[in-house]
Design a protein around this ligand. Sequence first.
Ligand code: TYC
Length: 102
Amino acid sequence: GGTGGPSTSVITKVKPKTKRPNLYRVLILNDDYTPMEFVVHVLEKFFNKDAEAATKIMLHVHHHGIGECGVFTYEIAETKVTQVMDFARKHQHPLQCVMEKK
Ligand code: TYC
């Protein structure tokens, strides 16, 4: 390889490129004002949970202060957080939604 000069040999390794994407947890936080039914609705609408799974997560957050809604790649997690925050604001609830790297 190279331009002119003495001939050199360049060995190019072929690497199997199956890189795993970084994953992010989307979490909701407890507060004293957001109605329980609203949180269940959010989990059904944005995280595709059925009523039972959504209720379980909501009660976990209510009792422990924080809980996981799902795990996503960066762009999907960011979109979920924005959707939940916009929806909560639209309905004038203080519900907080955040993401963290796994
Ligand atoms: N603590 C709220 C209440 O008693 C319910 C609630 C649950 C709020 C989960 C937010 O992420 C939350 N109405």
